[in-house]
Write a protein that binds this ligand. Sequence first.
Ligand SMILES: [Zn+2]
Length: 89
Amino acid sequence: MVKIVLFLLVVGYFVFYVTAKSRRSKADEIQAKDTKDTKDTKDTKDTQSELMVRCAYCGLCLPHSEALVSAESAQAYCCEAHRAQGMQP
Ligand SMILES: [Zn+2]
């Protein structure tokens, strides 16, 4: 009887040890992935961040490099037509 109890204890301990170890390695994988994702996001953010401006005529948001900026009023426009219409009094 004592042998059976000891055997069950050993088996129970073994099962607990194996499941705890696999759970821990999964958590490590997820944590490593999260760290990598965060790093990737930070990298892309560093390389792709650009000032966004809003068209003074229609309100469209666009990168500053693609906007037409009026020299007189320093307003940004999305296209030549909107700049011409925005400049009219
Ligand atoms: Zn516009």
